[in-house]
Design a protein around this ligand. Structure first.
Ligand SMILES: [Zn+2]
Length: 255
């Protein structure tokens, strides 16, 4: 028996539970023809399983927020091209840009494309609210304006604007994540390989699907009781993720 998490491959559309998402033409542009490796096994907080073919399925009290989460992960899979020969800087830029695209989709475009969605998600103000009332702009120019403003907030948040600091913080968190994934796997057959290189090589391989579970086991420690792929990366990132949530998470806004 393989000593790792259990994964299964599902169609991306099957991850979504609300009528609004399941019937949206825009959502279909993301989910059409896409399938995702998922797991229901416990994973450490913030462990980015989608990247290595093990998206943690989640249940949220709010079904629309749950769909936003799963859609965000689908965008990651949709836009990420695995390139084992890329340099670290090329790789980290790819990962940070993928997070930008996934966040634009799940935190901004979804509200422009799915009528009535905003009233169903967060009770507190969110960053995109400041743009949703701008009826003078057609959908495309508005989205471009939102993207431009997002980039500006990522680079230089307004000093008194907490919602922009949230966005800026996500970017810092991405960069820390990239650095953590530079560290070696640390055990098993890929012990001496930087974690991101182990992922890129496997995810680009022609036999990826057939070898996926075996590969996950090869990047899961066999010592101790914890069966989590890339355990060192998970352990290093969990406190960053927790701290980031405490300092900049939506829970701050809900008070
Ligand atoms: Zn993401």
């Amino acid at each position: 028996m393989l000593e790792t998490i259990t994964v299964l491959k599902v169609s991306a559309l099957d991850l979504l539970v609300t009528e609004e998402f399941r019937t949206s033409a825009w959502v279909k542009t993301i989910t059409d023809g896409l399938s995702m490796w998922v797991t229901d096994d416990p994973m450490p907080p913030g462990h980015f399983g989608t990247y290595f073919g093990a998206l943690t399925r989640r249940t949220y009290p709010n079904r629309w927020v749950q769909d936003l989460y799963h859609l965000h992960e689908c965008v990651h899979t949709r836009v990420t091209r695995f390139q084992p020969t890329a340099t670290w800087t090329e790789w980290s830029r790819k990962m940070i840009q993928a997070e930008f695209e996934a966040s634009i989709a799940s935190e901004c475009t979804a509200y422009l494309q799915i009528p009535g969605l905003r009233e169903k998600t967060f009770p507190h103000e969110i960053w995109v609210d400041r743009f949703l009332g701008k009826k003078d702009l057609a959908a495309e120019p508005l989205l471009q304006h939102i993207r431009d403003e997002r980039v500006r907030a990522l680079n230089a948040p307004r000093f008194d604007d907490f919602l922009e600091h949230q966005i800026w913080n996500y970017c810092r968190q991405n960069i820390i994540w990239c650095r953590i994934w530079t560290q070696n796997v640390g055990y098993g057959p890929h012990a001496q390989l930087p974690a991101f290189r182990a992922v890129e090589a496997h995810m680009a391989a022609s036999d990826r699907d057939a070898s996926h579970e075996q590969w996950l086991a090869s990047v899961t420690p066999t010592e101790g009781y914890v069966r989590v792929p890339f355990l060192h990366q998970a352990d290093a990132f969990a406190p960053v993720y927790k701290r980031s949530g405490e300092d900049f998470g939506n829970s701050v806004l809900a008070r």
